[in-house]
Design a protein around this ligand. Structure first.
Ligand SMILES: Cc1ncc(COP(=O)(O)O)c(C=O)c1O
Length: 428
């Protein structure tokens, strides 16, 4: 890299960004962050309206998280969790077990939301083999579900585009209609019918509790999760709760499952687990599931899965501090901000071009009317950037997912930038 070439042009020459049409890519290069704000290499600041892809919890450069990271760095940056252990990994697992829904007692680490889901699928699958039910090989999921980008996770997803491109590579799952926008009765009766007819071949039902984020912030009717959980239990099918997006305070409680008093068989966590600092994920399961994998080494019952950076000590050390901070103050801040976010969304609802608003705690989607069949989400988010706010759309839905530490004034800033960007859409 020569010193006279800008970072932006080097980026265009040598990188390949996720979910990005590189032919139309022009990078915004971020240099640092502070609280809810990102600063680019020109020194211009932007409100991080999507928490750096939904993972930031306490804001950027949070002093306590920085210190936890530095303290751990002074000891060791990485040592494997395969065959060895370390203090931050043990401490975080114990802290998680203390706060997750009752019955989840075992923590299996990995490094992304997709791997957290893959692990739940594989553990459920292997569990049934170990318990003498080898026909239980299939998975139920909701319409429009999104659980990540690795092949197993795409297989239990319902995003049509991904299935069109990668279909032949995927595990085929069974879809139940999403309950979003309904009273949930049809989705529940379809779920019950599938369970009644084929529980003998179904390992698990995978679901995002309360709200399907990447599907467009599709909020489920109250009671759906608890009814679905009861049905799964009654038919001997695992419930896998994917709280990759909803976990760590996002919906206003530490975990979304709490709101319906649901204890799933598997809980998938990632994103906010390290406060948004480092790649880390965890798949929690019950003692009943864990115990099926126990035996003499020669029996080969153990779980054959692991990643090089599983339980990275830096990430775990930050995770311990992040969870403590969340419980001490950041969750309470989010709970106070949720009504302010609701009020701001209420004002946006009357802006011409807004079709509907959906919200679950600190997650919101502003669905826009398309213009001449053209999706306007990208355009509105690009305009918001000119008003110093970073947003990312999901098709026609503009997502609001700010850090849980956001202030009341910053919510107003987010609202204003979004409002003017929506009002200006379609104009040159
Ligand atoms: C519910 C859900 N599950 C899984 C994932 C995948 O997580 P990751 O991008 O860390 O692989 C996401 C990412 O947005 C998600 O929202």
């Amino acid at each position: 890299m020569s010193s006279d070439e800008s970072l932006s042009s080097v980026d265009q020459r040598v990188t390949w960004h996720p979910f990005t049409q590189m032919a139309e890519w022009s990078p915004l290069v971020i240099e640092r962050g502070e609280g809810s704000w990102l600063f680019d290499t020109e020194g211009r600041r932007y409100l991080d309206g999507v928490s750096s892809l939904w993972c930031n919890v306490h804001g950027h450069s949070q002093p306590r998280l920085d210190r936890a990271l530095r303290d751990q760095l002074a000891r060791i940056a990485h040592s494997t969790f395969l065959g060895l252990s370390h203090e931050p990994g043990i401490r975080l697992a114990a802290a998680l077990v203390d706060v997750v829904p009752a019955g989840l007692t075992r923590v299996f680490y990995s490094d992304s939301g997709s791997t957290a889901v893959e692990i739940a699928l594989k553990q459920s699958f292997q569990y049934w083999q170990l318990r003498g039910r080898p026909k239980k090989q299939r998975f139920l999921r909701l319409g429009d579900a999104y659980h990540g980008d690795t092949l197993g996770a795409v297989g239990v997803g319902g995003i049509e585009l991904f299935h069109r491109v990668f279909g032949p590579l995927l595990v085929q799952s069974i879809a139940v209609p999403s309950p979003a926008g309904t009273d949930g009765s049809e989705a529940l009766s379809r779920l019950e019918a599938e369970l009644t007819n084929r529980a003998y071949e179904i390992a698990a039902f995978v679901v995002e509790p309360l709200v399907q984020g990447a599907a467009g912030m599709l909020v489920h009717p109250t009671g759906f999760l608890s009814r679905a959980s009861e049905l799964c239990r009654r038919h001997g099918v695992h419930l896998i709760a994917d709280e990759v997006a909803t976990g760590f305070g996002r919906t206003g409680t530490l975990f979304a499952c709490e709101q319906e008093s649901v204890s799933p068989d598997f809980l998938c966590l990632a994103k906010g687990i390290s406060g948004g600092y480092l790649p880390l994920a965890a798949t929690l399961s019950t003692e009943e599931i864990f115990s099926a994998f126990l035996g003499a080494r020669s029996e080969l019952k153990h779980f054959f899965h692991g990643h090089t950076y599983t339980a990275n000590p830096l990430a775990c050390a930050v995770g311990v501090e992040s969870l403590a901070l969340l419980r001490e103050s950041t969750l309470a801040n989010a709970q106070s901000r949720i009504p302010e976010l609701t009020a701001a969304l209420g004002r946006l609802a009357s802006v011409p071009g807004v079709r509907s608003i959906r919200q679950c705690g600190m997650m919101a989607g502003i669905e826009l009317e398309s213009i001449d069949g053209r999706s306007v989400g990208v355009e509105v988010c690009e305009r918001a950037r000119a008003h110093d706010v970073i947003l990312r759309p999901l098709g026609d839905v503009v997502v609001w997912m700010p850090p849980l530490s956001i202030s009341a004034d910053e919510i107003l800033f987010l609202e204003r930038a979004t409002m003017v960007s929506i009002m200006a859409k379609g104009s040159r």
